[in-house]
Ligand binder design. Structure first.
Ligand SMILES: [Zn+2]
Length: 429
C-alpha cells in the first residue's frame, strides 16, 4: 500500500479530501471586521467581529471560508499560500471620496495657506479648483492615465483596494467625459477598483463667470446625459460661493433623471443647509459636513443618508471647525470616513492616517474608524453586498498588517503598517 493510499484509507472515516482553493491566508493573529451588507449606524458602528488565530480561504475572487486556522488547514489546500505572520488582518479599505484625476500639484498654495491665507482667499486670487483646470484641459487622456497610475499604486500600498474617483477638474463637457474615460482606463488595468463620479458641479468654469445658470443648463442638458453611461454618481459642491441650494437641487434632480446616483459636498465651509437638501433628495452620501446644523443631522439620520467625513481636510486647511461626528453617530447616522485626496485641500491617500485623526479629532473608537473606512464606505457606494467586510461570499479584499491588534489602527500615527494586500482573491501587493 502506498503512503498516499494509506493516508486516504486512514482518513476515510473522518476527513474529506482537501479542497483546493486559489489562495489560503494563514497566520492571522487577529481578524477584525465589521459584519453585514448594510451601513452600520449609531452604536452598531463600533461593533466589530474580532477573532484570534484565523485562516482565510479565497476562491474565484471571493472568501469561501474563514475560521480557526487548524480547521481551515484541515479542509483546504491553497494553490497559493501566504502567512500573515501573526499580525492584524482587516478588510480592504474603501475610500469613498477622492479627486485623483489631475495633472499638477499645488504645494505653492499650501505654503500660502500655512502663511496665513484662507482657502477662499486663494480661490478668489485664481488658485484653488480653477488652477487645476488648466492641467486637465491641456492633457490627453493617456497623460492623465499615466499620472493617475502611480497614485493608485500608493493607494494600494496603503491598503486601499477601492476608491470613489471624481472628475471635476475639466469643467467642459468634453473634459469631464475625458476624466471619466481616464478613470475607466485605469480601472481596466489597475488592481485598485475605481467607482466613477462625475463632479460636473465642482465649480463654475471661468468661461461662465457671472452666469452660473448657463453652466448649469449645459451640465443638465449635455453633461449628465453623456456621463450617465460612464459614471455611477453625479456630485456638486454646494456652497454659496459655488452652487447654492436651488442650483444644487436643479443639478442633482437632473442627474437623477439620467439615472445617476447622487453624492454632494455640503456644509463644508458654511452652514448653508446642504445636509437638509441631501436628505430631501435621498442622496447616497452627504460629504464633509463640518458646519452641519442639528436639524441637518436629524434629516440625514431620518432619511438614512450616509455622511462621508474627511477629518484630514480641516486639519490641512487650518480650519478649526470639525464635523460633529459623535453627534451624527448618536443621532443614528452611519458615517463613512475618507481622505478627500485632492491637490488642494488634502494631499494624502492614507486611510490609516484618517482613522487616527478620526479618533483624535472626532473621538471615534478604533472599531468605529475601521467600520467607517470599510463597510460604511462600501455601502455609501452601493457596494455593501460585495465589499467592506471579511465574510464568506463577499469579494476577497484583505489587508495584512504588522499591527498586533485593531486598537493600533488609531493608536499608531504616521506609519504604513501594510504588509500584503489581496484584491478579489489575488495577492497584489
Ligand atoms: Zn471633495
Amino acid at each position: 500500500m502506498s503512503d498516499q493510499a494509506r493516508t486516504a484509507a486512514g482518513d476515510e472515516r473522518r476527513e474529506e479530501p482537501l479542497k483546493e482553493v486559489d489562495l489560503l491566508v494563514v497566520g492571522i493573529g487577529e481578524l477584525a471586521t465589521p459584519e453585514g451588507r448594510l451601513p452600520r449606524a449609531g452604536g452598531a458602528m463600533g461593533q466589530l467581529s474580532t477573532r484570534r488565530d484565523v485562516a482565510v480561504a479565497c476562491d474565484g475572487g471571493r472568501f469561501v471560508a474563514i475560521g480557526d486556522e487548524a480547521q481551515i488547514a484541515a479542509r483546504f489546500r491553497g494553490r497559493e499560500r501566504i502567512d500573515a505572520g501573526g499580525g492584524l488582518a482587516i478588510p480592504g479599505l474603501v475610500d469613498a471620496h477622492t479627486h485623483p484625476v489631475f495633472l499638477g500639484t499645488r504645494e505653492g498654495e499650501f505654503e500660502q495657506r500655512v502663511g496665513g491665507l484662507s482657502y477662499v482667499e486663494i480661490a478668489a486670487a485664481g488658485g484653488g479648483i480653477r488652477s487645476s483646470l488648466e492641467g486637465v484641459r491641456a492633457s490627453t487622456e493617456q497623460l492623465l492615465v499615466e499620472v493617475l497610475m502611480p497614485r493608485l499604486d500608493r493607494f494600494l500600498k496603503l491598503g486601499t483596494t477601492t476608491i470613489e474617483a471624481k472628475t471635476g477638474y475639466g469643467l467642459t463637457v468634453a473634459d469631464e467625459l475625458k476624466g471619466l474615460d481616464v478613470i475607466a482606463a485605469a480601472n481596466q488595468v489597475h488592481a485598485v477598483e475605481l467607482v466613477p463620479t462625475c463632479l460636473g458641479g465642482h465649480d463654475v468654469p471661468p468661461e461662465f463667470k457671472g452666469r452660473p445658470g448657463d453652466w448649469i443648463e449645459v451640465v443638465c442638458a449635455e453633461l449628465w446625459p453623456a456621463a450617465a453611461a460612464k459614471a455611477s454618481f453625479a456630485d456638486v459642491f454646494t456652497e454659496s460661493h459655488v452652487f447654492g441650494l436651488d442650483a444644487s437641487r436643479r443639478l442633482m434632480e437632473s442627474a437623477r433623471e439620467q439615472g445617476l446616483g447622487i453624492r454632494m459636498h455640503v456644509d463644508q465651509l458654511t452652514s448653508l443647509g446642504g445636509a437638509e437638501l441631501a436628505a430631501e433628495l435621498g442622496a447616497s452620501s452627504a460629504d464633509h459636513l463640518e458646519h452641519v446644523s442639528e436639524h441637518g443631522i436629524a434629516a440625514l439620520a431620518e432619511r438614512g443618508v450616509q455622511p462621508v467625513l474627511c477629518p484630514l481636510v480641516p486639519l490641512y486647511l487650518g480650519e478649526a471647525q470639525e464635523a460633529p461626528a459623535r453627534r451624527m453617530i448618536e443621532a443614528g447616522c452611519a458615517p463613512a470616513l475618507s481622505t478627500d485626496f485632492n491637490p488642494g485641500s488634502c494631499y494624502c491617500m492614507s486611510l490609516f492616517e484618517v482613522m487616527s485623526w478620526a479618533a483624535l479629532r472626532y473621538g471615534m473608537s478604533a472599531a468605529e474608524a475601521l467600520t467607517g473606512t470599510t463597510l460604511n464606505a462600501a455601502c455609501s457606494l452601493g457596494l455593501g453586498g460585495e465589499l467592506g467586510s471579511v465574510e464568506v461570499g463577499k469579494r476577497a479584499d484583505l489587508v495584512l498588517t504588522d499591527l498586533p491588534n485593531h486598537s493600533h489602527l488609531t493608536y499608531e500615527l504616521g506609519r504604513n503598517p501594510v504588509q500584503r494586500v489581496i484584491k478579489s482573491g489575488a495577492v497584489v501587493q
